[in-house]
Design a protein around this ligand. Structure first.
Ligand SMILES: [Zn+2]
Ligand SMILES: [Zn+2]
Length: 347
């Protein structure tokens, strides 16, 4: 991934080739609004432009992920401005794309897709966004008392919809394992206390994470396993606990048949799409800085993996996926904000 890659001011998708060259590639026809349930928007080189591209391509709902020890302040301060700036930028992208000559068949097809997209009233209402904030296992070593109180303050922002991403990363071990476990437990307890869902980052630690969640209790507001890229056997216990499972770029990789086999096992009301932007760009965009607009490729592979080929069948699937995303991550803050359990019992 190269943060200095050229920024293209149109809505085409540019695949990275050898020797610093790029080639325009076709976008799949999605035909319905889709969501990116995991994107680090503030980490992108041009967040507003990325949201504009998301808007053009119908990625209408995005859950931004930020870290209390890293970039939460930037995210909370700037996200609303990025969202607002994205709307005129989306108009510019549409205009500049429609001006391109038709001689390349991919360009001609993209122009057709964009004409269809902007023919619907309200296509430019903006990307709806919510925020998940937490302490990533990489940063667990920095999660002190001060960070904990900062997290509590951030969680009271009405845009917040989940605690995340939290969990265990025993691949990189950037924080000592006992510290990762402690910080994970603390945040699971906060999710219970506040009635919030959690978004999980688990790497090479699935058994340990399941054990901890079983001890602490799976938060009843929902548990989302982000960027699932493993086999059905690893997935099964998570499904037994009714977890939501989000698939990103790895679902599209050529060698990932086992990930696609996992996707087939997830009940339709627990399935989600995501990117993990700026990381994990899907095929055929691997190697570029990933943005929320790239969800279209993952959604397309997911639909094909599940046998949804016709556009109307796909629209039904994507409608269900949007309901899943919003049902989990777009709840009214009044539904979860700290209401002492005893008060509810009295009524
Ligand atoms: Zn992650
Ligand atoms: Zn992430």
């Amino acid at each position: 991934m190269d943060y200095n890659e050229p920024i293209f001011n149109d809505a085409l998708f540019y695949q990275k080739r050898k020797h610093g060259k790029y080639r325009v590639v076709a976008a799949p026809s999605i035909g319905a609004a889709i969501s990116d349930t995991h994107a680090h928007i503030q980490m992108l080189p041009n967040p507003a432009l990325a949201l504009a591209k998301a808007l053009v391509w119908g990625v209408d709902f995005v859950c931004d992920i930020c870290d209390v020890c890293e970039d939460a302040e930037t995210a909370f301060e700037n996200l609303s401005a990025y969202q607002a700036e994205a709307i005129p930028l989306a108009h510019d992208l549409v205009a500049s794309t429609l001006l391109l000559p038709d001689d390349d068949p991919v360009v001609a097809m993209t122009k057709e897709q964009i004409r269809e997209r902007v023919s619907h009233e309200g296509w430019d209402d903006g990307v709806h966004m919510r925020i998940a904030v937490g302490c990533h296992p990489h940063n667990a070593k920095d999660f002190d008392g001060e960070a904990l109180s900062r997290l509590r303050t951030l969680l009271s922002d009405p845009r917040v919809c989940a605690i995340g991403e939290i969990g265990l990363d025993y691949h990189y071990d950037f924080s000592p394992r006992p510290v990762q476990v402690e910080v994970f437990r603390t945040q699971i307890r906060m999710a219970h206390e506040l009635g919030l869902p959690i978004s999980l980052h688990i790497r090479e630690a699935h058994d340990e994470a399941l054990r901890i969640l079983t001890e602490e209790g799976f938060p009843t507001s929902g548990v989302l396993l982000h960027c699932f890229n493993l086999d059905p056997q690893t997935l099964e216990p998570w499904l037994e606990h009714d977890c939501f499972v989000a698939f990103g770029g790895p679902l599209t990789f050529k060698a990932s048949d086992y990930v696609r086999a996992s996707a087939r096992l997830v009940p339709k009301d627990r399935l989600l799409t995501e990117t993990d932007a700026p990381y994990m760009a899907p095929e055929p965009m691997r190697g570029v800085v990933c943005g929320p607009q790239h969800t279209v490729y993952t959604a397309d592979v997911l639909a094909r993996t599940l046998g949804y080929e016709a556009l109307d069948a796909r629209a039904e699937l994507f409608g269900q996926l949007m309901d899943n995303a919003k049902g989990l991550l777009d709840r009214d803050p009044l539904d979860w904000q700290c209401i002492p359990a005893k008060l509810i019992e009295k009524d």
